[in-house]
Write a protein that binds this ligand. Sequence first.
Ligand code: ZN
Length: 195
Amino acid sequence: MTVFEQVKSAIDMRTVAEGYGLEISRGGMALCPFHNERTPSAKIYPDALHCFGCGTHVDVIGFTQKMFGLDKPIDAVKKLNEDFGLNIEIGKAPAAKEVSEYQKRVQEKRAYEEWEKSAWRTLNDYLWLMREWREFAPASPDEIPDERFVYSLHHLDYAEYLCWEFINFNKAGRLSMKNIVNQIADFQKNMSADF
Ligand SMILES: [Zn+2]
């Protein structure tokens, strides 16, 4: 574990944000320190601050670095270590390679979280669409059924199953659904052409 990870597991975002003067509401919102605002739009998560106003997304290290205009992430690590008495042993400055690997992991985590959000939206939209299309059921047995109704007959269970899986899977399982999610996103994009 690098000192970055040690710091992040030793202290959470809320403690850091409050320690450096942010007032956090019950809903976990605070005035964003990185842009001017009167209504809180920064959400404090256990491991990150995300501002819906200016788009800033930082972990405890990024937060401290930005807040105090520090040059390098390691400077933020040192400051946090001192200010919050974390007692983490910081040897020589980590090699550039270690820093860039750490930053890469942070970016990957962020990218995955973004993907997870949009994948869930796609699957959930699909489920609701299948439910909606049930409403195109023919009024009488003689009527030729609407294509959307027929499609939903074949796919509503599938859509429910996919949502259920996505909710219950871990990260690796969710990622294994990437192709299916893409297919469904394509289906939704092309839908207006087909129906
Ligand atoms: Zn902001």
